[in-house]
Design a protein around this ligand. Structure first.
Ligand SMILES: *Cc1c(COP(=O)(O)O)cnc(C)c1O
Length: 410
């Protein structure tokens, strides 16, 4: 008898995006002429930058030649990409990362979901609330939690409410936890961690022998150069932090697939007998066993993000989205909404008007404005009373959405 992994049964049934899809379909079936504007799911909308397309094309042609053919690549990524990452994402900000501390992968969703495998099943973990659901659900699957309560909170997880009072950047917990997931710039709240925020987390992790898992998928959206882009800009982070970055949002790679994880060799975990083991070695072993490297063609495309033209073109794309975010903030603000985030992230986190629940507000926006947002409560109990609106769309749609939404609650 093939018994199933019972932990999967604890997962909450109505996952957020399928439920949004169901409600939107129901609406469009009943209103086939409505021009629905989707500012819900966090996917990019601009086409790939020309420098990237050119690199993908060239690498494809190369693969069709005897000299240029590439089979299985190095497990942790081709040197040309790893070196470009070291130079542009770290050395340029004064951070030294060794080549063998970087693991190129096909996505940060996978990496942030898989990283929990290298930890003991009895490790306790903390997440902010609201949160990117992958961190929690993968730990549920692994058996690191109990059942969910009526609010969708799993027993045994330390939730750190991200609220207007703490600037949506909660500090470390008092409770004893071994692993904490952080995401800055944040999905869904659009908040960004300051140097002081991250320094407090690093100090806590070192004092408590805990590991930080820092998801920097949106680092390219940080507008203020004095804000940290990498957690390794904070002293001591090399001893306690794992960082994840993705080409998805910064360069439109959501359908191309390339990302990487950094684990400095100083980050260690403990065996039962108290021996210290570098987490880097465990991840390396896992990566080599379960992953067979990102395609050569894709890695060439990713490396083109760092070429002078690639940098210029992808910066322009980020600037385009950030101008949308600014329009959303100012436009919805002028219409009386209380808006957070959107200054260093492509998401604006908006308080629902009239004390509506997140889902009631979602329905009002869909029916009244034909605009799709993401209900804040779908990201966690503390997201109740908020909705997330995404800057990933055309300028025209964003402007139209603002004007329609403003009329609904006028
Ligand atoms: C989009 C996103 C990612 C990136 O995922 P990929 O698998 O690299 O596309 C990672 N973390 C968060 C919080 C995200 O929103």
């Amino acid at each position: 008898m093939a018994r199933i992994n019972e932990h999967f049964r604890k997962l909450q049934a109505g996952y957020l995006f399928p439920e949004i899809g169901r409600r939107v379909r129901q609406f469009t079936d009943a209103n086939p002429d409505a021009k629905v504007i989707r500012l819900g799911i966090g996917d990019v909308t601009l086409p790939l930058a020309p420098a990237i397309v050119e690199a993908l094309r060239e690498a494809s042609a190369e693969m069709g030649t005897e000299d240029g053919f590439h089979g299985y690549g190095p497990e942790n990524g081709y040197e040309f990409l790893v070196e470009a990452i070291r130079e542009h994402d770290f050395a340029s900000r004064g951070v030294a990362i060794e080549a063998d501390e970087i693991f190129v992968s096909d996505g940060s969703k996978q990496d942030s979901g898989n990283i929990q495998e290298i930890f003991g099943v009895d490790c306790r973990f903390a997440v902010t609330d609201p949160v990117y659901p992958v961190y929690v659900d993968t730990n549920v699957m692994a058996g690191r939690t109990g059942a969910a309560d009526d609010d969708g909170r799993y027993e045994g997880v330390t939730y750190l409410p991200a609220t207007a009072e703490n600037g949506f950047m909660p500090g470390p917990p008092d409770a004893r936890v071994d692993i904490a997931y952080l995401c800055s710039p944040n999905n869904p709240t659009g908040a960004v961690a300051s140097r002081e925020n991250l320094a407090a987390w690093v100090a806590w992790a070192r004092a408590n022998d805990a590991v930080l898992i820092f998801d920097a998928a949106y680092d390219a959206f940080i507008q203020d150069p004095s804000l940290p882009r990498s957690i390794y800009e904070i002293d001591g982070a090399r001893e306690c932090a794992i960082e994840m970055r993705s080409f998805s949002k910064r360069a439109g790679f959501t359908g191309v697939r390339c990302a990487y994880t950094v684990i400095p060799r100083e980050v260690t975990g403990s065996t039962v007998s108290g021996e210290r083991v570098p987490l880097r070695d465990l991840w390396s072993r896992r990566h080599a066993t379960k992953f067979n490297s990102v395609p050569y063609i894709i890695q060439r495309g990713a490396a083109a993000v760092f070429s002078p033209e690639g940098q210029k073109q992808t910066r322009e794309q980020v600037a385009y989205y950030m101008a949308n975010a600014e329009l959303l903030r100012s436009g919805l603000g002028a219409a009386g909404f209380t808006c957070h985030g959107g200054e260093h992230a492509p998401y604006v986190w908006v308080r629902t008007p009239e004390e509506l629940t997140s889902w009631d507000c979602f329905d009002r926006l869909l029916e009244g404005a034909h605009v799709v947002c993401t209900p804040g409560s779908g990201f966690g109990a503390s997201g109740e009373g908020y909705f997330r609106i995404s800057a990933f769309n055309s300028r025209e749609n964003v402007e139209e959405a603002i004007s329609r939404v403003s009329r609904v609650f006028a």
